[in-house]
Design a protein around this ligand. Sequence first.
Ligand SMILES: [Zn+2]
Length: 275
Amino acid sequence: MTAIIDLSPCEYFPVPSENLVAVGWLSKESDFELQSVDWAFFEKLTSLFKEPWQPVASAGWHTCGLCQFNSPRFHSNVFIPYDGRIFVAPEGILHYIAAHWYKPPDIFIRAVMNCPAMNSMEYKKALLANGGRNLVQAVASQNFRGPMHLSPESIDKIRALGLDVSSEPQFGPNHSSFPNGYVVIKPTSTPGNHVPGWEGWFKDHRGVETVTDAPGVYVWYKDAAWRYSVLNYVPGPGPGDFQRSTTNEVELLRKIEEYFFSPNADFEALKLAKT
Ligand SMILES: [Zn+2]
């Protein structure tokens, strides 16, 4: 990961913002004293990373440069408006604090303690009041251009699981339920959760007729969040149907993987109803 000295301008993102200040962008060469922090601060910072507001989709991940082995991977960033600036910290900051005794600058600690709940109206107001207009507008223009597409990395990861997804959205931009939506499908040849006796046919991304033994997951992007849904009943929802959202594309992939490959209540409800 790019190392940036604490409280210096963060130019990592493709959105220009003079008020964007980096905190916790560490590498092996970063110079910091080992210090403890208050649990309350760590807890609050952790909560802000649950559903972080992200003006730009983060592609790929960072790894910890301080760990010798088994470095954890990090995906998202938090934007914390305070005192006329927007502090931006990578998800790895939680690990740097917990495992490597890194203590962020005091002003960042105050910013975190004063930060409104992520994605609340107060949070958006604080972003605007502290020089985040460009960032907020970046999100607005993303929505204006139409829903985002899945990144090529995500498409590759989905296929690497043995699932199928098209490279471009399967539904048009004006589709009423799934604008610019995709369907992620598990071919019967891929082991995983399935509904015994249930069978569906689809054309895979190469155009090959393929059989599936599990209802697919619809995925689309709307109002700055990824939506994902299983819908078997019209009018729904019926047993096992759901629609959820996440702002994080990596989290989206985790949920899709869980739906198809781990024991989960949604799939159990579906199986019970269909068999
Ligand atoms: Zn580490």
